[in-house]
Design a protein around this ligand. Structure first.
Ligand SMILES: N[C@@H](CCC(=O)N[C@@H](CS)C(=O)NCC(=O)O)C(=O)O
Length: 222
């Protein structure tokens, strides 16, 4: 059955869907779109996702957009390697963590980074600094989730790995280059400040499907 994932390189939403596909050991054709070239607004793409965004997964005759919906679909369609646990209690715990990452860490990073990337930061410096501080506090919180385990919910990777790695990698990559008067990103150096998190990132980087999901423009720049 043909399986296609439409993505934009570096989109944390597409990245999480690709990591989930990899963790489940599913083959897929990754089709790269370029927002700057209008690829997400073509009639063909809008027919797949009327919101004109990625990711979109086309799996046989099923089309699904919204990254968390993609992950939920994969879990139902391919339950053999569970990403949301095997018991109701595990599912509750993993979904809770997934929504915490989305609602707090990712939200704080988006609130900090979006005005910078879109050059609309003037007058919003305090709010941006607050969001960076919230993100730093969330990074400390998620590090605590490890509790001595290899992965965020125990000894095997779950959906939490797929949702958490992209924003952490992104901010570590772009954060130090932010040089805007009045804005202090104060991005932690994971290796020295959060060594357990840095070790977890290395474990995630060794997981199946990680390389295929890695943003192509970062790879090209390396
Ligand atoms: N809530 C959506 C957000 C998806 C989203 O915002 N994707 C962005 C890339 S990060 C996008 O496709 N933007 C359209 C464009 O850049 O042309 C999800 O979780 O899938």
């Amino acid at each position: 059955m043909a399986r296609t994932l439409y993505f934009i390189s570096g989109s944390p939403f597409a990245w999480r869907a690709m990591l989930a596909l990899g963790l489940k050991g599913l083959d897929y054709t990754a089709v790269e779109l370029h927002g700057s070239k209008g690829d997400t607004q073509t009639p063909e793409h809008l027919a797949l996702n009327p919101r004109g965004k990625v990711p979109v997964l086309v799996d046989g005759d099923v089309t699904v957009y919204e990254s968390i919906a993609v992950m939920a679909y994969l879990e139902h369609a391919y339950p053999e390697t569970p990403l949301f646990g095997s018991t109701p209690a595990e599912a509750a715990h993993i979904w809770q963590r997934v929504m915490e990452v989305d609602g707090y860490l990712s939200a704080a990073l988006a609130g900090a980074a979006r005005p910078i990337f879109t050059q609309t930061f003037a007058g919003k410096e305090d709010e941006i600094n607050e969001n960076f501080a919230k993100a730093r506090a969330e990074i400390a919180t998620v590090t605590g989730w490890l509790g001595g385990n290899d992965f965020m919910a125990g000894d095997a990777p779950t959906a939490i790995e797929a949702i958490l790695y992209p924003p952490l990698a992104m901010i570590a990559r772009v954060g130090p280059a932010i040089n805007v008067p009045g804005i202090t990103p104060n991005i932690p150096d994971y290796a020295t400040e959060f060594p357990a998190l840095a070790a977890w990132m290395k474990r995630v980087e060794a997981l199946p499907g990680f390389d295929a999901a890695y943003p192509s423009h970062w790879r090209d720049a390396a």
